[in-house]
Design a protein around this ligand. Structure first.
Ligand code: GAR
Length: 190
């Protein structure tokens, strides 16, 4: 069985979609653990609800970012991770992690990259009056949402749609495609 470690910083609805896909048997993988960097994040509760181990990493406990990522790497090795899955993990990874899992770290981002990198990509796209929005899944490198693309899914909105409705559409799309893409990747490279 392929071992996944999920990284999340917040709500964790994509984490939940991955949990649900493994429970349903749509995703043939085992979630070994959750790495989280915010003690109050709701993704921690989701992990507890499903008896998934969670380890919290607080940046203030480490002298440098790479020290923290070294500790995260040790934890991923303890869990015997095959793939690291970023699901709303709002932190750049340092080379210690990237080089230890070459082409085995992926991220989901709410824009049609290379457009609208970084935080609040949806807000950036709406501010630019885009009517074609989308979601990208890409390999992670040391840059901000710069790794090579794996898949992109555009969707259309009307100019006058409410942001909350658009967000709902975007999340529904993310929850559908992320487990599918992960399944495809691990089928090719368990
Ligand atoms: C998702 O929309 C994901 O695409 C985005 O954060 C959200 C997390 O939601 N990720 C990024 O912006 C990465 N640059 P969730 O915590 O409910 O899964």
């Amino acid at each position: 069985m392929t071992n996944l470690v999920i990284f999340a910083s917040g709500n964790g609805s994509n984490f939940q979609a991955i949990i649900d896909a493994t429970s349903k048997g749509d995703l043939h993988a085992q979630i070994k653990g959750l790495i989280c960097d915010h003690k109050d994040a709701y993704c921690i509760t989701r992990a507890q609800n499903h008896q998934i181990p969670c380890v919290l990493f607080n940046r203030k406990d480490y002298e440098s970012k790479s020290d923290m990522d070294e500790a995260i790497l040790n934890q991923c090795r303890l869990w015997d991770a095959d793939w690291l899955i970023l699901a709303g993990y709002m932190r750049l990874l340092s080379s210690v992690l990237i080089q230890s899992y070459p082409q085995r770290i992926i991220n989901i981002h709410p824009s049609l990259l290379p457009q609208y990198k970084g935080k609040d990509a949806l807000g950036q796209a709406l501010a630019a009056h885009e009517t074609t929005l989308g979601v990208s899944i890409h390999y992670v490198d040391e840059g901000m949402d710069t790794g090579s693309l794996i898949a992109q899914y555009p969707f259309q909105i009307k100019g006058d749609e409410d942001r909350s409705l658009i967000e709902e559409k975007l999340h529904q799309l993310e929850h559908k495609i992320y487990p599918l893409v992960i399944q495809q990747l691990i089928k090719e490279k368990p």
